[in-house]
Design a binder for this molecule. Structure first.
Ligand code: BG6
Length: 512
């Protein structure tokens, strides 16, 4: 079925370019820079959303001249940018790239950085506005900020600004997140701190708020009276790749749940904010995180499932088990899959289960939120078996196919009253075309404008870790699981399905 929207009808305000500034990227030789940040900056250049007074300074350990850095980045963009590159626009950007080499622990390196920033400021008229992007290993976050502060580079004066984007993971549990917050707040005001979660850069994630609050028809049914349950799936078909070293210390729960998945939960569950101001939105989000019911140890046993993939197949090829991946100990007990059932203790959501699952080496790449409504009373359809009356299902497809679908019952044509399930589908691409985006464009742009709505506040990060820490504590106290317990290419351990079956429900599957 087709929606009857006018194709591409938009209400759009012209974007203003970001403020004059220099973006300083710590960890400039890392993967994130090549794969995401530089392509995102190129996309912003193309959209004319960067100020003419703009430059980038990369900071990393390797010795390199500005010219060598420009060459390296030019090679990377060819490899990682998916669309065609306009040479003139690229030249504009590449001529604004600079580089400083140094050890993150070496105070002299920050003085060198300060000198380069002063020169670049003069050349490009960037007025002393600096955006520091910390794309390093997390153990350096606090120290970088401290060192920047020592040489006066975090100090805002004469109307200029100094902001810091901090990559995930922000801590590894509630205590370390609190400590990190305390340390960085010694030198930075909360308004200078932008804790990034790249899920909030995804168009379809941002669209959750628009879908709920710009349309009057959904809000009245968006609560426990009409909704049976919510399922959130973030499935990946890839394994841990080269990230075994990091991942083995983190595991699926910490890697995905307190950040990306909880962002989805809060956007789905929050009350309408009083405005779209950063704090108004984040106040509502944090209320949800605080309202997530704390699990008792017995509930952790019943409502959480963890798994680790063994050998299996992906695209008809044999793939190794987690324990045979690079930088993973052969006896690792780290989980690569987690499924949870949780409740939000407030009036809107009382007794509505939220089922969450995420994992590596599942059958397909799929991120979606499925909202299942309660069944209609079936008195009118006595001749239809109860199980044939499908409940309405609203699915917000986040990736890879971006869109929204609503599934409902319709009469199958013919002399008998028989019911069939049909889909009303909206696909982003059909209406708005495909816009190449890494997801970081919006976040970088917002930070340049000083809008922190899509970034996490200190209390949000801590509240998210609070939920996860309870689970971790119980898991730690239990004997090790029999890992591996699911085959690469399957939907995780059987206990995950059993958890749903016990509730008379089932996980949605993708065709793989
Ligand atoms: C990262 C996790 O934050 O998100 C990775 O550390 C995961 O393990 C990635 O693969 C998923 O992001 P996306 O955008 O591919 O869904």
């Amino acid at each position: 079925m087709e929606c009857s929207l006018e194709n591409g009808a938009t209400t759009e305000l012209p974007g203003q370019p970001g403020a004059p500034c220099i973006i300083v990227i710590f960890g400039a030789s890392g993967d994130l820079v090549k794969r995401k940040l530089i392509p995102a900056l190129y996309n912003l250049t193309r959209e004319r959303l960067l100020s003419r007074e703009f430059a980038v300074v990369g900071f990393a350990r390797h010795e390199m001249s500005h010219e060598e850095f420009r060459t390296k980045i030019s090679e990377a963009i060819k490899e990682f940018f998916t669309g065609a590159i306009d040479q003139e626009l690229w030249n504009w950007l590449v001529n604004r790239l600079y580089y400083v080499s140094g050890d993150l622990q070496e105070p002299a390196a920050y003085q060198r950085l300060q000198n380069v920033l002063a020169e670049v400021d003069k050349t490009h008229g960037t007025t002393g506005n600096y955006l520091y992007y910390l794309a390093t290993a997390p153990e350096h976050f606090s120290q970088i900020i401290q060192q920047l502060s020592t040489v006066g580079l975090t100090h805002e004066e004469n109307g200029n600004w100094r902001r810091v984007i901090i990559e995930k993971p922000f801590g590894h549990d509630i205590d370390s997140a609190r400590t990190l917050n305390r340390e960085i707040q010694k030198t930075l005001k909360e308004s200078q701190i932008y804790r990034i979660d790249h899920y909030l850069g995804k168009e379809t994630v941002q669209n959750i708020m628009v879908f709920r609050f710009a349309n009057g028809i959904f809000e009245p049914i968006w609560d426990r009276r009409y909704i049976d349950h919510v399922q959130i799936t973030v499935a990946e078909n890839i394994g841990v790749g080269q990230r075994g070293g990091y991942y083995d210390k983190a595991g699926a729960l910490r890697d995905m749940v307190p950040n990306h998945i909880f962002q989805l939960v809060t956007l789905i569950a929050m009350e309408p904010p009083i405005s779209f101001d950063a704090d108004a939105v984040r106040d509502e989000q944090v209320k949800i995180l605080r309202a997530i019911q704390t699990m008792s140890p017995e509930e952790v046993l019943k409502y959480t499932v963890r798994g680790q993939y063994g050998e299996g197949s992906h695209n008809d090829q044999r793939v190794p088990g987690y324990r045979s991946e690079a930088n993973v100990p052969p006896n690792s007990y780290t989980e690569t899959f987690v499924a949870l059932k949780m409740f939000i203790d407030n009036w809107r959501w009382a007794n509505v289960p939220f089922y969450l699952r995420t994992g590596k080496r599942l059958p397909c790449r799929l991120t979606e939120v499925a909202i299942q409504f309660k069944r209609a009373p079936f008195v009118l359809f006595r001749k239809t078996a109860v199980e044939d009356l499908k409940p309405n299902l609203l699915v917000l497809h986040i990736q890879p196919d971006e869109g929204i679908s609503l599934n409902f019952g319709a009469k199958v044509p013919g002399p008998l009253v028989r019911l069939g399930a049909v889909d009303m589908e909206f696909k982003y691409e059909d209406y708005f075309g495909r816009t190449p985006s890494t997801g970081h464009e919006r976040l970088l742009y917002d930070c340049m404008l000083g809008d922190a709505t899509l970034f996490q506040r200190a209390d949000m990060v801590e509240a998210g870790w609070g939920v996860v820490s309870t689970i971790q504590d119980v898991w730690k106290a239990l004997p090790s699981r029999k890992f591996p317990n699911y085959q690469a290419g399957s939907w995780g351990p059987k206990e995950s399905d059993e958890m749903m079956t016990r509730d008379g429900r089932e996980w949605r599957k993708c065709s793989g």
